[in-house]
Design a protein around this ligand. Structure first.
Ligand code: SDX
Length: 376
């Protein structure tokens, strides 16, 4: 039995396990998936290739990639009885709650093969394929749009945009979302991935692990930050108000969403890439006001707190300019991170160790039991 270490709040800097899936160099600002630098993948790969890489540990051949694309197309449709359940969910519910509930409900209708022990790659592909359908069906119903046609010929990025916008995306728009999906696909033991691994470490099933992860990602300190960045930009309005609004937040010891990171001590390499895409999409739309606000925000937050942008700072400006509503931003994050969550669940099943840290007890001990009649 190893000597217990002191309390590490938030498990900061605690090395919980060994993994081959993702490496983050927080000092150099580098991110690597299964050996490949995120900058190469963002510039040259696709989400389908990256999902394959995360699950299998190698880039696919052309035939393997074509097969995965076809699998994603065939796995997109929802079981009718789940569709009926989603259709009865409150139209004003947050889409992350819809996602969490629908994934949990999907488990009722899926074959045994997605349970631990058998090949859970099938379940990983199913969940990755179906999340955009759940989001699209719900969003279209709440907006009174026609029901979603499951378009098997579209790439995952193009299908996600088609599902949420009810129009064919341009090549530039589809590429922007494809890069965003690549950048969000995995990030080592972030809170939602850790939640998935804790669930899997009890030999619970893949769907329960992803349900745990969705609930965790929703939090504003994690995946929910991208939605709150846009609320902040709408509150600021114009670049001349950035100093005033940021100063007021910092005086109230509030967090400025989209900045800071538990691991990166320099700029998050994903923010670097998303900043450039925010500019490109803004230029294509002839609307750079979000981009200009964000550049000013970066300058002020770095000057005041020495903080750098993280992945959530620029993503919302891109989604907004594509016409996507704010409460769908974190679900888009989930549509990508499900590849990483499931890759980590598969890795946990292959080298399983129940994840169970301890707490330093600081409460009372040996108190005498007083019968209720004698308690005041
Ligand atoms: C993601 O883990 C992952 O990899 C996550 C993620 C992924 O891909 O899965 O990268 C995705 O979740 C990115 C982070 C998105 N969240 C936000 O943008 C929310 C705002 N950020 C902060 O809440 C914060 O930076 C965290 C939660 C991201 C990290 O917090 P830590 O490591 O617990 O740091 P901390 O809260 O202890 O802060 C240390 C100091 C404090 O100053 P003091 O009070 O000691 O003077 O830095 C300050 C904090 O006040 N600080 C901030 C700040 N982040 C840290 N001050 C203002 N605004 C911020 N954003």
């Amino acid at each position: 039995m190893a000597e217990p270490v002191g309390v590490q709040r938030g498990l900061e800097d605690v090395v919980a396990l060994e993994s081959r899936i993702c490496f983050i160099d927080g000092k150099q600002g580098r991110l690597i998936y299964q050996g490949y630098d995120i900058r190469d993948l963002a510039a040259r790969s696709t989400f389908e290739e990256v999902a394959y890489l995360l699950w299998y540990g190698r880039l696919p051949t052309a035939a393997q990639l074509a097969d995965l694309k076809e699998r994603f197309g065939t796995l997109r449709a929802l079981p009718d009885r789940l569709q009926e359940q989603v259709d009865r969910m409150p139209a004003d519910a947050h889409p992350m709650d819809i996602l969490r509930t629908a994934v949990s409900g999907l488990a009722f209708f899926e074959p045994e093969e997605t349970r631990p022990g058998a090949s859970s790659i099938g379940g990983a592909q199913r969940l990755t394929a179906v999340l955009p359908t759940i989001l699209g069906q719900f969003h279209r119903r709440r907006k009174g749009l026609p029901p979603l046609a499951v378009r098997p010929e579209l790439s995952q990025a193009a299908y996600l945009l088609y599902a949420l916008l009810d129009r064919e995306p341009t090549e530039l728009e589809a590429r922007a979302i494809d890069v965003a999906l690549i950048l969000h696909a995995d990030h080592e033991l972030n809170a939602s991935t850790f939640a998935a691994r804790v669930t899997a470490s009890t030999l619970s099933d893949l769907y329960s692990a992803v349900t745990s992860a969705i609930g965790t990602l929703k939090g504003p300190l994690h995946g929910g930050a991208n939605e709150r960045v846009m609320e902040l930009l709408d509150e600021i309005g114009v670049p001349t108000r950035v100093d005033e609004v940021v100063h007021a937040k910092l005086v109230r010891h509030e967090r400025v969403m989209g900045f800071g990171h538990r691991v990166y001590k320099v700029e998050d390499p994903r923010a670097t890439i998303l900043r450039d895409w925010s500019r490109r999409i803004g230029e294509a739309a002839g609307d750079l006001h979000y981009y200009e606000l964000l550049r000013k925000l970066e300058e002020v937050v770095h000057r005041e707190k020495g903080l750098y942008p993280n992945v959530d700072l620029y993503s919302g400006s891109i989604y907004s300019l594509l016409g996507i509503t704010h409460d769908l931003f974190t679900p888009i994050f989930a549509s990508s991170r499900v590849a990483g969550w499931t890759a980590h669940v598969l890795e946990e099943y292959q080298d399983l160790r129940l994840i169970r840290p301890t707490a330093k007890y600081v409460g009372a001990v040996d108190l005498p039991y007083i019968p209720v009649a004698q308690r005041s």
